[in-house]
Design a protein around this ligand. Structure first.
Ligand code: FES
Length: 96
């Protein structure tokens, strides 16, 4: 079993499974679910080595790396991975 978690909660999932459904339960926002819109951008705070390699859609986005992923595209291989939404993590909505 692997674990996907945020600051608030954690959920177990199968090794080598896509993280998108569990990430959504953890509060990560989603849009297209196909690697195009960028709504699901996450920062990987711990355990980036437990995620699979960046796929074509993530590479095509241009600003993704091992610790900045698309939750709709990556899979967890094993172990624990801690994430946070890049959307909620920014101050963009609160700037005056
Ligand atoms: S939901 Fe659109 S890129 Fe992931």
């Amino acid at each position: 079993m692997a674990i996907l978690k945020t600051d608030q909660e954690e959920i177990e999932l199968q090794d080598r499974s896509r993280i998108k459904d569990v990430a959504e339960e953890l509060g990560i926002p989603f849009g297209c679910r196909s690697g195009i819109c960028g709504t699901c951008k996450i920062e990987v705070l711990e355990g980036e080595e437990n995620l699979d390699d960046l796929n074509e859609q993530e590479q095509a986005m241009g600003d993704r790396d091992r610790t900045h992923r698309l939750a709709c595209q990556c899979s967890i291989l094993k172990g624990t991975v801690k994430i946070k939404s890049e959307r909620y993590g920014s101050n963009v909505f609160f700037k005056r």
